[in-house]
Design a protein around this ligand. Structure first.
Ligand code: HEC
Ligand code: HEC
Length: 331
């Protein structure tokens, strides 16, 4: 079976974002009902944003002015080859960085448009923000060390060694995209746009309803995404193939911000902030691979690494303690 939607061959979304309805063909290829797709498409019409519908993407909520150079400007030389490898790793991480990946996600699934999209933690804004102190590992991290973090947790894999081709390629790609940008950790478009705390405390049951209405069509009832010929078409949100308990997306505050600005795909800012918080809470209340910093018990791991109201690790949900799945699998 073929699909019109392939991660490797996707058009650039930056400045020319397409509507969710682009998914119609690929969804149909996956055998999903037209009714479900049309419901998704119809909702786009309700999105409360002054920008023309074709241009509503995560960047709209950030005030970012910077546009990274277009891919056609990648130089045709040795450095250009390294930049292209970095871009390829972003787009298909399990293929191009196989040794360091333990799930079916690619960087682009969370850093959209190959890491170019403002409001989707773009790599150009990250590049000009390091070295920086991170409370997560209580030390000043270089950009390379920050890249290692997403391999260990978001990719549920292991850190490529400092100086390895994988990190050199990603660093070259990020540097190249950031050209002309001043060093400034407050660069507009960095991370995700801020999302105020919700009026009502985030709620599992309300979140489940949002999930069923607005996410399930792509990410599937079991949250494990959808695959065609072994390739990820819609990435897994939880379960064995998704990010692990140590990942940034496992904080439902981060997830709410990402979801509000980026999801449903092609329909940025169409959820209410409350819906984004509720569905993020629901997503982060599901089981996923163990935190690789495991301290021998859920309680000890929670005390050391998850002492935050935005982490549900160690919380009891539907009668089960989240994270109570034993030590991390060897990889
Ligand atoms: C499951 C989602 C996910 C995946 C997959 C993922 N990341 Fe991330 N990444 C995040 C989140 C969440 C953050 C934190 C964003 C924030 O704090 O604003 C982040 C942050 C980063 C940052 C720092 C951004 C900044 O502005 O400080 C870099 C660099 C980065 N990721 C690179 C990568 C690379 C390279 C890959 C692939 C090898 C990758 N990420 C895969 C979710 C992901
Ligand atoms: C039209 C299909 C579609 C719908 C509907 C949709 N998503 Fe996504 N989602 C995607 C795609 C495609 C990506 C990967 C983006 C990329 O690679 O550019 C993604 C990525 C994600 C990610 C980051 C990657 C991961 O697997 O963790 C999260 C979290 C997410 N979606 C949550 C949601 C939530 C919550 C909803 C409902 C509010 C939703 N999505 C609705 C298609 C969809």
């Amino acid at each position: 079976m073929t699909t019109s939607f392939s991660f490797a061959a996707r058009p650039s979304l930056y400045g020319a974002s397409r509507a969710a309805c682009t998914f119609k063909r690929s969804l149909l290829a996956l055998g999903l009902t037209a009714a479900g797709v049309m419901a998704t498409c119809a909702h786009a019409a309700d999105a409360p944003s002054p920008a023309p519908k074709s241009q509503i993407n995560a960047a709209v909520g950030t005030g970012a002015k910077f546009t990274p150079p277009s891919e056609s400007a990648i130089p045709d030389d040795e450095f250009g080859k390294m930049i292209k490898l970095g871009r390829d790793i972003m787009l298909d991480t399990p293929k191009y960085a196989k040794a360091y990946v333990g799930n079916t996600l690619s960087c682009v699934n969370c850093h959209t448009d190959a890491g170019r999209m403002a409001g989707s933690a773009p790599l150009w804004a990250a590049y000009v923000s390091y070295p920086a102190y991170r409370a997560k590992n209580k030390k000043v991290n270089t950009f390379e060390e920050r890249l290692q973090g997403c391999f260990m947790y978001s990719q549920n894999g292991k850190a490529p060694p400092l100086g390895s081709e994988t990190l050199v390629a990603l660093q070259s790609y990020s540097y190249w995209m950031a050209k002309g940008l001043p060093l400034d950790e407050k660069t507009a478009g960095r991370g995700y746009p801020n999302l105020p705390e919700p009026a009502q405390a985030p709620d599992y049951v309300r979140g489940q309803k949002v999930y069923e209405a607005k996410c399930i069509v792509c990410h599937a009832a079991n949250g494990e995404g959808q695959y065609v010929n072994g390739e990820t078409v819609f990435p897994p949100l939880w379960g064995a193939k998704s990010f692990n308990w140590g990942a940034g997306m496992g904080s439902y505050k981060n997830a709410a911000k990402f979801i509000y600005a980026n999801m449903p795909y092609g329909m940025s800012y169409s959820l209410t902030p409350q819906e984004a918080w509720d569905v993020a809470y629901f997503m982060d209340a599901q089981e996923r691979p163990q935190d690789p910093r495991w301290k021998g018990s859920v309680a000890a791991t929670r005390a050391k690494f998850h002492d935050s109201k935005f982490s549900l690790y160690g919380a009891k949900v539907n009668g089960k303690v989240l994270g109570d799945i034993g030590p991390p699998k060897a990889r």
